[in-house]
Write a protein of this length. Sequence first.
Length: 187
Amino acid sequence: MDETPRQLIGETRTPVPPAPGRAAREDYEYRRLGTCKVFMATEPLAGWRLTKVTERRTKTDWARFLRDIAAQYPGATRITLVMHNLNTHRPGALYEAFEPAEAKALWDRFEFVHTPKHGSWLNVAEVEVNVMIRQCLNRRIDSIDTLRAEVAAWQATRDQIRAKVDWQFTTDDARVRLKRLYPTFDV
């Protein structure tokens, strides 16, 4: 699981469409119309992802997204979720969003695996977020409704073709690259 902030950007002048022999023209000036957050969960080997666009990134937004993830696996007793260690990713978030029984049941369904500090690139969902940004969000989008529609269309397309992440990082690579994170013992 990962998330990315997005700015809602509007035009200050009407862009000039492309013409034969001339590229489209867009003024560098823009109007900032707010921000939002795009949450992403992915099961990389299955070619499946779940996205959700929210107005903010609060503990409650994160808790509701966890519930959305859990709903995708109704028969699973345990869901392993790899994510970075953010201040909103705490058990208290579930208790703020839901009744205690639901919060506890939801917390117990997940096994949380946090990426190491400065190691968020180990989170495969971050790879998928970057694909989404390049393919869908690398332009000016001025409203959260438009952004939601664009992200939903992108997700449907990626899920339909069952786009997978071919993760090439091996345990041996990790031992070399993350050597400083492994404990050393003096013998």
